[in-house]
Design a protein around this ligand. Sequence first.
Ligand SMILES: Nc1nc2c(ncn2[C@@H]2O[C@H](COP(=O)(O)OP(=O)(O)OP(=O)(O)O)[C@@H](O)[C@H]2O)c(=O)[nH]1
Ligand SMILES: [Mg+2]
Length: 339
Amino acid sequence: MTTVISTDVISTDVISADSTTGIMEADAGAVSTGRVVYGSCNMFTVKTESLPPEIHECRIKGKILKTARGFYNPLAPGDLVEFDAARGLILSLRERRSVYTRFNIKGNAPQLLAANVDAVVCLATPVSPPFRPRFLDRLLLQADAAEIPALVVCNKVDLFPALDGETLVAVEKRLSDFERLGYPVLRVSVKTGEGMKSLEARLKGRRAVLVGQSGCGKTSLVNALLPAAMQKTGALNKKYDRGNHTTVMSVLFDDGEAGFSLIDTPGIRRLVPDGIAPGDLQTLMRDFAPFAGKCAFGLSCTHGTEPGCRIREAVETGKIHEDRFESYIRISDELSRRN
Ligand SMILES: Nc1nc2c(ncn2[C@@H]2O[C@H](COP(=O)(O)OP(=O)(O)OP(=O)(O)O)[C@@H](O)[C@H]2O)c(=O)[nH]1
Ligand SMILES: [Mg+2]
């Protein structure tokens, strides 16, 4: 069944395929290989890598394949699958080289946001919606835990003049702290085009997932960088100064010409880290790592009130931003409660 891809996707399902569904083992028929573009419930849109590409809608059913087990949703944009086009069935999932996930509290399982990506673009805004650096800490931590290179993109820099001096200094201080930690930080404006060329250059040859709060401009970025991918963008909800959750499912965009592809995701209000053991947090957070295990109480130090805590000392001497310490405490609490 060949169909035309609709880029104007409207669905109430936020990449929430039924966790009981799985992938049927292959048994017969002409097998093609394709990449998952998007999917909801038990229907996935798969694009072949042939020229010109074909788009097929496929179901998965039957026995759960090992690779799909344990996730809230069995497949994500970016997944490579074998499928039977005639029967519209996904037969098997190729091994993933990376997954960007978050922990889905309701489903009590990791939720796939994107698969087989080479970069995580963590999008932020100085204002509208407000700058939330601790949310960026989580997005970056998740990328580091998944060993996927991450970059911070601060969009809407055309709104910098609207910031009061104090807020501007606080935003710049945090952005330069991310740079100090080794994350590339790009300041861009989809509206004016500022910084967009250098972002494009960074994306060349990569499949990147865009993550960030609702309203920070993920879909606008896709529209600007891959114009063939005409997506809906939403005006900000004026009352709350935050996005309206315009995008409702993750979608892979590849116009075949740009030399890179992008996975747009729905705005995330909160990212609960996935796959991180509580004890690993201090070695995963880049600014904490040099001090990990060096406290008087070694790795068992909680960095609370213990004497000889090297981490608290690093916060006091400015080697760890106090906001990052706050992120650490909150994430550490969450991870401990779950384990
Ligand atoms: N001033 C300004 N506005 C922008 C810029 N980029 C995007 N916007 C606006 O911000 C609003 C939200 O943009 P979207 O692209 O829908 O944001 P999103 O991150 O995809 O939001 P969700 O799909 O809800 O997660 C729209 O009104 C855009 O026109 C920019 O660089 N400057
Ligand atoms: Mg969007």
